[in-house]
Write a protein of this length. Structure first.
Length: 276
């Protein structure tokens, strides 16, 4: 495009940069552009410097720099000031990229979880490879406890869980959960697999985090309605008996997700029972 150096009307800038007239007016209102009025017809006229400024504004906008910062950069900043603002913006973007990467991994993990629920509900499996899980009481809140675990190892994926401290008794039955006194034995905790073996590292906070394993686990995904039906626990107990296994520690049940069908809420859980 061949451009003559002259004064331009607003339509020229909207076509050249593919923006609306309202956008041009906003930039003029913010003093990013300095059009002059043609006294004979009252049209706004933009000069060559406005064209250059408009290109600079568009470039800064494509970098995600906020409009107020763009105004400061275009109208008031030295190159050193601009460099500092760019560094600040770059640091912010790097943090956002890291956050979005974590969000992506969480979404992929949840997608896999939904597939597991679809394919493995009520199917009981034995994790033959010895595995270690971490368990921590929720002292202040769930977010603060998750943050504490992530500070230890960002790869940990904690689940909100039910923990049943029963060393020698059989697994809870549906009747147990209907018994108010027995339900008081159940507590809310966070549990996660120790994927990187931090429980073996020096300085591991064993006074706050319990370690379950390493051992084999019987595991299954089950579901329960809001009126508290936990038949899937009885199925696991019967499976352990049939296989001649012995429970060698306390078990826990991770809450996975929920769905609503015909007005009924159905909660899905994954239970882990340490066995030998």
């Amino acid at each position: 495009m061949k451009i003559e150096f002259k004064d331009y009307r607003i339509g020229f800038l909207t076509g050249l940069f593919e923006v609306s007239a309202d956008t041009i007016r906003l930039y003029a209102k913010k003093d990013l552009l300095e059009p002059k009025k043609n006294e004979s017809n009252k049209y706004r006229l933009f000069c060559r410097e406005d064209v250059f400024n408009m290109e600079y504004i568009m470039r800064l906008r494509d970098m995600g720099i906020p409009l107020e910062d763009i105004r400061t950069i275009v109208c008031e900043s030295s190159l050193d000031d601009v460099s500092g603002r760019v560094e600040n913006r770059l640091a912010y973007v790097e943090e956002e990229i890291a956050h979005l990467a974590e969000v992506r991994e969480n979404l992929k993990s949840y997608r896999q979880l939904l597939m597991d629920i679809s394919e493995k509900t009520n199917k009981i499996e034995i994790i033959e490879e010895k595995t270690t899980f971490l368990m921590i009481d929720i002292e202040e809140s769930v977010p603060k406890t998750i943050e504490y675990l992530k500070d230890l190892d960002e790869d940990l994926r904690p689940y909100f869980s039910l923990y049943v401290p029963q060393e020698d008794n059989p697994l809870f039955t549906n009747e147990d959960f209907l018994d108010k006194k027995k339900r008081q034995e159940v507590s809310f905790v966070l549990t996660c697999e120790d994927v990187n073996g931090i429980s073996l590292q020096p300085g591991f906070p064993s006074d706050r985090i319990s370690v379950i394993g390493p051992c084999r686990f019987v595991t299954s995904i089950g579901y329960a309605y809001t009126d508290i039906k936990y038949e899937f626990l009885e199925m696991i107990g019967q499976f352990i008996q049939r296989r001649g296994l012995r429970r060698c520690g306390n078990y826990f049940t991770q809450y996975l997700t929920s769905q609503h069908i015909h007005g009924d809420a159905i909660d899905y859980y994954r239970t882990y029972v340490p066995v030998e």
